[in-house]
Write a protein that binds this ligand. Structure first.
Ligand SMILES: Cc1cc2nc3c(=O)[nH]c(=O)nc-3n(C[C@H](O)[C@H](O)[C@H](O)COP(=O)(O)O)c2cc1C
Length: 354
C-alpha cells in the first residue's frame, strides 16, 4: 500500500495511523511510545491515568496531572522523534486541566472526544500542541468548526471521525447502533470532508482527516483512504500487543472474545459504549452495583442515579480484576487471535511483510 505521511500541526508522522486513546490506563506511555517509535501517532488516554499512583485515593486530580506529565515525557523518550499525543474526554470534570498538563509536558497533539471541546483552542494557546476534535456526524463537525472559526479565528489541525464500529463511548444513539448499515457512514464521512474543506479554503491550510472504528487490516485502510481521508485511527487491535499498558488478563480477554460477546451498554458518561459482555456486565444487568466512593470524575455523572461507577469498573478491568471490570472494545475484537508486537501489528495493518 502506498502511504503518505500524516500532517499533525507543523509535524509529520511517517505512517498515517493514530493509535486511539484508551482509558482507563490501556494506552499510557508503554503503548503510545511504541506506536510513535514505529512511525504512527501514539496516544495516551488521560482518563484516570494516575490510577496506580500511591496517593490516588487521597488526591485523584493531583495524581492524574502528575501522571499525564510523566507519561508524555516517558513516551516521548521512547518515541525517538515520533509523535505522541494525549486523548482527553471532554466529559471529564478536569478536562481543561488535563489538556493544559498535556500541552505543558510537550504533547504533539491533543484529541478530545466524548463531547465537543468548544474551548480547546484557548487551552493550548501559546504552545506547539496541535488540536483535534472527535466527531461522528457532519452536524457535530459543522458545529465545532464554526465555533472555533467564530470565537478563535482558527480551525482544527486535524479531524478525527469516529464511526459506529469503534470501541469505548460512541457518538451514536442506541437505535442507530442497532442498524449500522442504515447509517451509510461512508456518506457521512464524505459530508464531513466537504464541511472541513470550507475552513481549509478560508484559512489556506490543510486539515487532515483520520477515520476510526472497526479497522483491522490493509483493505479497511485502503477503503478509508479511497473516500478521501488522510489516515486512520485504530484502537482495538493495539490492545493485544506486548507493549499495551493493560494487564495480561485484559489482553487475553480480547484474544478469547468472539463477535457474539460484544454488547452495547449505557455508560454513566451519558453515551452508549461498546464492551465485552463478561461477568461484570451480566451482574450489572441484574441489579445496580453499589458505589463505594465517588471521585467526581465526570461532569454530568450523578452517583445516585447510575447503575455502577465507570471509573471503578475500568480501573478494575485494566488491573486484571475482570469479573468486577468493564472491558471496552471495538466491534472487531473477535478478529484478534493472538498477542503481537506494535511493529508487527503496524506492518500487518499496512500490508508490509518485512
Ligand atoms: C478499551 C478502549 C478504551 C477507549 N477509551 C477511549 C477514551 O478514553 N477516549 C476516547 O476518546 N476514545 C476511547 N476509545 C475509542 C478509541 O480511541 C478509538 O477511537 C476507537 O476505538 C477506534 O475503533 P477501533 O477500536 O475499532 O479501532 C476507546 C476504545 C477502546 C477499545
Amino acid at each position: 500500500m502506498k502511504l503518505q505521511a500524516l500532517k499533525v500541526g507543523k509535524k509529520y508522522a511517517r505512517i498515517p495511523i493514530i493509535q486511539g486513546g484508551m482509558g482507563v490506563g490501556v494506552s499510557r506511555s508503554g503503548l503510545a511510545g511504541a506506536v510513535a517509535r514505529a512511525g504512527g501517532v501514539g496516544m495516551i488516554s488521560s482518563a484516570q491515568i494516575g490510577y496506580d499512583e500511591p496517593d490516588f485515593e487521597a488526591d485523584v486530580q493531583g495524581c492524574n496531572i502528575r501522571a499525564i506529565e510523566k507519561h508524555v515525557k516517558l513516551a516521548k523518550q521512547q518515541a525517538a522523534g515520533g509523535l505522541v499525543g494525549v486523548n482527553v474526554m471532554t466529559a471529564l470534570q478536569h478536562y481543561a486541566d488535563h489538556v493544559q498538563a498535556a500541552a505543558r509536558a510537550g504533547a504533539d497533539l491533543v484529541v478530545c472526544g466524548a463531547g465537543l471541546p468548544t474551548d480547546l483552542p484557548a487551552l493550548v494557546s501559546g504552545t506547539d500542541t496541535a488540536i483535534a476534535p472527535i466527531v461522528s456526524s457532519r452536524k457535530a463537525a459543522s458545529l465545532i468548526l464554526r465555533m472555533w472559526d467564530k470565537k478563535y479565528k482558527r480551525t482544527a489541525d486535524l479531524l478525527v471521525i469516529e464511526g459506529p464500529l469503534a470501541g469505548g463511548h460512541l457518538g451514536f444513539t442506541p437505535e442507530q447502533l442497532k442498524n449500522i448499515q442504515a447509517l451509510d457512514f461512508d456518506r457521512e464521512i464524505q459530508a464531513i470532508l466537504e464541511e472541513k474543506k470550507l475552513y481549509e479554503d478560508k484559512y489556506g491550510v490543510s486539515v487532515p482527516v483520520v477515520v476510526g472504528g472497526g479497522i483491522s487490516g490493509p483493505s479497511d485502510i485502503e477503503h478509508i483512504l479511497s473516500l478521501g481521508a488522510d489516515g486512520v485511527q485504530i484502537a482495538t487491535c493495539f490492545v493485544a500487543t506486548r507493549e499495551c499498558d493493560a494487564s495480561p488478563a485484559y489482553k487475553q480477554a480480547y484474544i478469547d472474545a468472539s463477535e457474539e460477546d460484544v454488547v452495547i451498554i449505557k455508560s454513566p458518561v451519558g453515551m452508549p459504549g461498546r464492551a465485552i459482555r463478561n461477568a461484570f456486565i451480566q451482574k450489572m444487568e441484574q441489579a445496580p452495583i453499589p458505589i463505594k466512593h465517588c471521585c467526581h470524575c465526570i461532569r454530568k455523572c450523578n452517583p445516585k442515579e447510575i447503575p455502577y461507577c465507570i471509573t471503578q469498573a475500568l480501573v478494575n478491568a485494566v488491573k486484571g480484576n475482570l469479573d468486577q471490570g468493564l472491558i471496552f472494545c471495538g466491534a472487531n475484537v473477535g478478529k484478534i487471535r493472538e498477542l503481537t508486537t506494535v511493529p508487527d501489528l503496524i506492518s500487518s495493518l499496512i500490508g508490509r511483510t518485512d
